[in-house]
Design a protein. Structure first.
Length: 426
């Protein structure tokens, strides 16, 4: 499969053509000497730091272009992006079909809310819902992962008439107050914030006994990332998900998979449950759903959906025409280019190869959501990879690095990473 060949730039770094393109992308004709471009990068970083709240600790890179698995900075340096713009660039950066769909829609009708019907929303709803498991094909469109999770919890509470949510200690579900109230990872809850956690019970991921003990008759939903990512990538032992499904069914709680990272093909199937033969009651998604355009989706079991009426949830921008054009195009690309299968194949190959690299202790995850455990602190290794022109993610466990590349990743590109890591670790 050669999903990205048509839109990936040739390898090689720092060409004058790249610099010229980078300069063009920032909107001005500029001095393209390396020292002038380095000064420009500094100036842009300073301006952004000056005007934006200091909530992010950023990688000192000013990116101006992307194609496939590659991004280019303002200095014309090219990087192999195994971080995927934070797990977002599912079909590759600037996939031509996605860009065309967004451009066409922007020129036709940029926005109108759910107050009216829309041709592109009808198309997106059908295409996106069809990716979900049978029985879960009703969708609510929103704008982000946090909003999708809050919506799912609202729906679960409404459906069951119960309040309590069981969530995982390792789970991350977003930064809004409602999604923080079910986030178990330490470091995100600050006592000075009025986060409403009274109705949350946390249990360890992968522990069925703890889950059963927490599943009282007041539990509306069990919410989890099927593969925790921010908290450190790990996959529960075989059988866990079936037991989870049974326990929720027996106690009348809805099972909610937060697939904000794992969804839309990343783990080798459109959604995680398909790979383990388990269908949850609700799935939340965002990140790669629209390939880079902000969009969140809640997939709802059909009988649960039937009980939801007008005015019970809403959002101005969710399901807007631009997002819907991107959602529909992303669903088409995932299917037409066989990207689920590619994610499974490249992930399996990477796992095998990485386990042969001295200094790699273990590889966790599935498809193209991988946590690579090293025999040392990952931070300097991540910095060295960046120096070598490769971007990867960090993780909560200090010795783990995370790979969340575009699903168009090719064997040759995966090989560049394995070779670079081997050189750094040895
Ligand atoms: C598993 C998971 N859920 C929810 C979220 C929140 O998504 P957003 O940042 O789009 O609100 C994230 C973001 O990283 C996530 O990884």
């Amino acid at each position: 499969m050669d999903a990205s060949a048509s839109h990936r730039p040739s390898s090689g770094r720092d060409s004058s053509q790249d610099r010229a393109r980078a300069s063009h992308a920032t909107g001005a004709s500029r001095d393209s000497r390396p020292e002038a471009l380095a000064a420009l990068a500094d100036e842009l970083m300073q301006r952004e730091d000056h005007w934006q709240l200091a909530t992010y600790s950023k990688i000192p890179l000013v990116l101006v272009e992307g194609r496939g698995c590659w991004v280019t900075d303002v200095q014309g340096r090219r990087f192999l992006d195994l971080y995927g713009g934070h797990c977002v660039a599912s079909v590759g950066h600037c996939h031509p079909r996605l860009v065309q769909a967004v451009q066409d829609q922007a020129a036709r009708l940029l926005f109108y809310s759910n107050a009216v019907y829309s041709d592109v929303r009808a198309e997106a709803a059908e295409k996106v819902a069809s990716l979900a498991p049978e029985g879960l094909r009703r969708v609510f469109f929103c704008n982000s992962g946090s909003e999708a999770n809050e919506t799912a919890l609202k729906i679960a509470r409404r459906h069951t008439g119960r309040r309590r949510i069981v969530a995982m200690r390792e789970g991350f579900h977003g930064r809004t107050l409602g999604s923080l109230a079910v986030t178990g990872l330490p470091g995100y809850l600050d006592p000075s914030w009025p986060v409403p956690t009274d109705d949350t019970t946390w249990v360890p991921y992968g522990d069925v006994e703890a889950l059963d003990a927490a599943l009282g008759d007041d539990v509306a939903a069990v919410l989890l990332e099927p593969i925790p990512s921010m908290g450190g990538v790990q996959v529960a032992a075989p059988g866990y998900f079936e037991r989870l499904r049974e326990s929720c069914g027996a106690r009348g709680a809805l099972l909610v998979f937060d697939e904000v990272q794992t969804g839309f093909g990343r783990t080798g199937t459109p959604f995680f449950g398909e790979g383990v033969g388990v269908v949850p009651d609700l799935i939340t998604a965002a990140k790669g759903a629209a390939g880079g355009v902000p969009a969140g989706v809640v997939f709802v079991r059909e009988d649960v959906a039937a009980g939801i009426g007008s005015g019970e949830q809403g959002t101005t921008f969710g399901g807007g025409p631009l997002a819907c054009a991107a959602l529909a195009a992303t669903a088409d690309i995932l299917r037409d280019e066989g990207l689920c299968a590619n994610a499974a194949a490249q992930g399996a190959w990477l796992t095998d190869e990485l386990l042969r690299v001295p200094g790699v202790r273990a590889v966790h995850g599935r498809g193209l959501l991988l946590g690579v455990d090293l025999d040392r602190d990952a931070k300097p290794v991540i910095a060295a990879l960046r120096e070598a022109g490769i971007l990867v993610g960090s993780s909560k466990p200090k010795a783990q690095m995370r790979l969340l590349p575009p699903l168009v990743l090719e064997r040759e590109e995966a090989g560049l990473f394995v070779d670079a890591l081997r050189a750094i670790l040895t």
